[in-house]
Design a protein around this ligand. Structure first.
Ligand SMILES: [Zn+2]
Length: 374
């Protein structure tokens, strides 16, 4: 049987028994531990000469076999990788398959006949123009300087424990934002940032989701990959900008505007409930111990963006609010059931909005995404 030499990823189909194609490594993540099974896996995104991308996965024992094989931005000829259908929600590239690379997959490094860098469109998002994405919006790649790092922390959202790690990032757009890495991406890709030699490293982060609940922030998705100091012209330009704009960076660090709504996430480790009660109409201050007794609660509700009245509607549904009579959009708002105890009495309480987000250490958009993901 003859092998078909293909140029386009779109033509690589399960119906073709023997094929080969030349592709470039668009990004490559560190091996990760699956959260839902004992499997380990490593994801690589390949691109053809037209910029079309395909996700490839290496599993378990095969990971170590390819440890030194694939290098970012290098070109390879891949033959007869196993092709499996990709569930629609994981199809980020308009190509409905993923490739499984195993020890039996033939790979050759194409040094003399590489796909030119000009053909691989890296397409970085402008941070100044980021808008909140709804679920269908495309994911963004960014090239940024990490100006502040925080330790890994654990949160509970939608009944599950999650590991998150936050970074403040900035680039030529002069608009610092928070980048939050989640779960195995926080552990593996976050470690790459932590181990960077430079104090304020330049990173490329791929396939991020954009949230606007607390101003614009970025969050990793399960296939996010991070590269420190990528060897590309855009990174060299950003390096020059960093060298010439120390004042902008130190002003951003001093003002910490990016923490406007998140200060409690990082400023304190001890969470006390009395400032929240103090904010109520009949003011009183009581120091209590609070516990979340129901980990299956949603941690958010959908409500009117004007008056916060609850509504049974999808995100961004536009309607006339029955409570405030305004034109409203359905937005998530943090909501938390707690049990508090002052040493003598227990009381069940409900906490809303920023106060609930502070205790949860997660905003309602993220709670909603976590809830929808399960
Ligand atoms: Zn309303």
């Amino acid at each position: 049987m003859t092998s078909v030499v293909l140029d386009r990823i779109q033509d690589v189909l399960p119906s073709i028994p023997r094929w080969s194609i030349k592709v470039v490594v668009h990004d490559i993540a560190k091996p990760q531990q699956s959260y839902s099974s004992p499997k380990r896996y490593q994801r690589i995104v390949f691109a053809d000469g037209s910029g079309q991308k395909a996700m490839a996965t290496i599993f378990d024992n095969d990971i170590s076999k390819f440890e030194k094989v694939f290098v970012l931005f290098e070109t390879y000829k891949i033959s007869n990788a196993k092709i499996t259908p990709l569930a629609e929600k994981y199809n980020k590239f308009g190509y409905p398959y993923q490739w499984i690379i195993t020890a039996r997959t033939a790979i050759s490094h194409e040094i003399g006949h590489a796909i030119p860098r000009s053909a691989t469109n890296l397409n970085f998002a402008s941070i100044g123009q980021l808008k909140s994405s709804t679920q269908n919006d495309e994911l963004k790649d960014v090239l940024v300087i990490v100006i502040e790092k925080w330790a890994m922390r654990t949160i509970v959202a939608s009944g599950k424990q999650h590991i998150v790690r936050d970074f403040a990032v900035i680039n030529q757009d002069k608009k610092p934002v928070i980048l939050t890495l989640w779960n195995s991406v926080a552990e593996t890709e976050g470690k790459i940032i932590e181990e960077a030699e430079e104090n304020m490293p330049i990173i490329r982060a791929t396939r991020l989701s954009v949230s606007s609940y607390y101003g614009i922030s970025l969050a990793s998705t399960p296939t996010t990959a991070i590269t420190v100091d990528p060897q590309i012209i855009e990174a060299q330009n950003l390096k020059n900008w960093r060298a010439n704009n120390g004042t902008i960076i130190s002003d951003a660090l001093a003002s910490k505007e990016y923490l406007d709504h998140e200060d409690s996430f990082h400023a304190t480790t001890e969470k006390e409930i009395y400032p929240l009660i103090d904010a109520q109409k009949d003011k009183f201050v009581v120091r209590v111990r609070a516990k979340i007794t129901d980990y299956d609660q949603k941690f958010f509700y959908m409500g009117c963006n004007q008056c916060f009245s609850g509504v049974d509607a999808e995100l961004n549904h536009s309607y006339t609010c029955a409570s405030c009579k305004e034109d409203a959009l359905a937005k998530p708002r943090a909501k938390l059931f707690l049990n508090i105890y002052d040493g003598s009495e227990e009381l069940d309480v409900i906490v809303f909005g920023d106060a609930a987000a502070k205790i949860l250490q997660v905003n309602s958009t993220v709670s909603m995404e976590m809830y929808n993901a399960i």
